[in-house]
Design a protein. Structure first.
Length: 439
């Protein structure tokens, strides 16, 4: 690696080397030797002209920013065949800061537990609220904009579930998946349950201050940050988004502005999301920069991209075709259009209004009857006002004229009761020409 990051890491290794932990020195050496010729060369010869070109070999490490472009393209080509024609949602699960010492001391156990808690939470809410199995792609990130330790999991969730009978159960709204409060509570319970099990097994040592202090701090935490980002526009946008997240490393070469060997400092850019995402520059000592970079190197053979539910590796070959067939058979709900309302007579609308006891005149707060007698003091709606409102509903709001939306719409158009209405009360149906010209 001949870029600035390689020079920074090489300077840390050539010095006392204390900034690089022993468990990460093999990975750092591979990053330093990437595309420098120390790993060998590849010779390419042209069969026509005989020209020979030598290219240095790359390290292929997943933490190397120069080697992730090709790996990301290969991974996306494999995932493109498993996309479904359904909305996708983005859910992010973050750990509280009081757990950062455990993440630094036992990354393999804590990160695996975070994967398990987030996936089980989404699968459980999918079974309870959608009645089936959803698909999840989870990606682990451990860094913040300033290279601080900030472990969180990005989950790409299908906007529907495959029920046991083989039917597709879509979400009720394309802009809403699950309640944020329910997701936060379930993730907290599952993570603490798993952490207690790890403590009893002896897989995780006591954090600084002991376990009682950690439990007290976790109890004082108001909530665990679990939030949902806006849904994707379609399957194509899911691939474009995943390409930015799947094979990203802690910091890229373009963010490093300069490396001052005399002052022994590193300057890089970051976005301050607390200040509306303003782009700023941070300057750290080389030792601090290398130490922060190394805390984001994952343990050997740890899987940072995992699939659950419909997209699980042992189920996707059988479940994906079933889900596509079920989605194709799902019929969208019939919308209420002006064409469906042609021929509806105003008297029928008036009788519906009278039967539901819809009233436009409200009692003042001082004269309002008690709750148990309120239904007996509702004055009937005026025929003239009801006729005008029914006609206005058909003319200007035909898609919203349904039983569920009738009462809220009447409240908004109540000021239309003018002393001299344009349409007088009549038992004749509304003219077809007026309905056909409705927007």
């Amino acid at each position: 690696m001949t870029a600035l990051l390689g020079q920074i890491l090489r300077s840390a290794l050539d010095g006392d080397g204390s900034a690089v932990p022993i468990v990460h020195r093999t990975t750092v050496r591979a990053l330093v030797r990437c595309r420098t010729g120390e790993l060998g060369h590849l010779l390419y010869a042209c069969p026509d002209c005989g020209d020979v070109k030598s290219i240095p070999r790359s390290c292929g490490n997943r933490h190397c920013p120069q080697c992730q472009g090709r790996l990301a393209r290969v991974w996306l080509e494999r995932q493109e065949s498993d996309l479904l024609e359904t909305p996708y949602f983005h859910v992010v699960c973050t750990l509280p800061h009081v757990l950062l010492p455990l993440c630094a001391g036992h990354p393999r156990q804590v990160y695996a537990l975070l994967f398990e808690a987030a996936s089980q939470m989404l699968l459980r809410l999918g079974r309870e609220r959608l009645g089936g199995q959803i698909g999840i792609t989870a990606i682990l990130h451990t860094w913040g904009q300033q290279l601080t330790l900030h472990p969180h999991v990005h989950c790409i969730v299908t906007g529907g579930a495959l029920s046991p009978p083989g039917r597709w159960q879509p979400v009720k709204s394309r802009h809403y998946l699950f309640p944020v409060g329910a997701m936060s509570a379930v993730v907290r319970g599952k993570f603490l349950h798993g952490l207690t099990a790890l403590r009893k097994q002896g897989a995780v040592s006591a954090p600084p201050g002991g376990w009682p202090k950690l439990w007290r701090q976790l109890g004082e935490a108001k909530r665990w940050v679990v939030y949902g980002r806006p849904p994707f526009a379609g399957p194509a946008s899911v691939l474009a988004y995943l390409s930015n997240y799947t094979h990203r490393v802690a910091i890229s070469e373009r963010r490093i502005e300069r490396f001052d060997t005399e002052a022994n400092t590193v300057a890089f850019t970051y976005r301050d999301y607390a200040d509306h995402g303003v782009k700023k520059t941070a300057t750290l000592s080389t030792r601090t920069f290398v130490r922060r970079f190394c805390q984001h190197l994952l343990p050997r053979s740890f899987t940072k991209i995992r699939h659950y539910g419909l997209l699980a590796n042992h189920l996707r070959r059988a479940r994906i075709p079933l889900a596509r067939t079920a989605i194709a058979q799902t019929q969208p709900r019939r919308a209420c259009t002006p064409r469906n309302l042609q021929g509806v007579a105003v008297p029928a609308l008036l009788s519906s209004l009278q039967n539901r006891r819809t009233h436009l005149h409200r009692h003042p707060p001082s004269q309002r009857p008690p709750d148990h007698a309120r239904s007996h003091h509702r004055p009937p709606a005026s025929p003239r006002c009801s006729s005008l409102i029914a006609e206005r509903l058909l003319l200007f709001h035909p898609p919203y004229f349904c039983r569920r939306r009738l009462r809220p719409r009447l409240r908004t158009v109540a000021p239309l009761c003018l002393p001299n209405p344009v349409h007088q009360h009549s038992n004749a149906p509304l003219p077809a020409s007026a309905v056909e010209k409705s927007p």
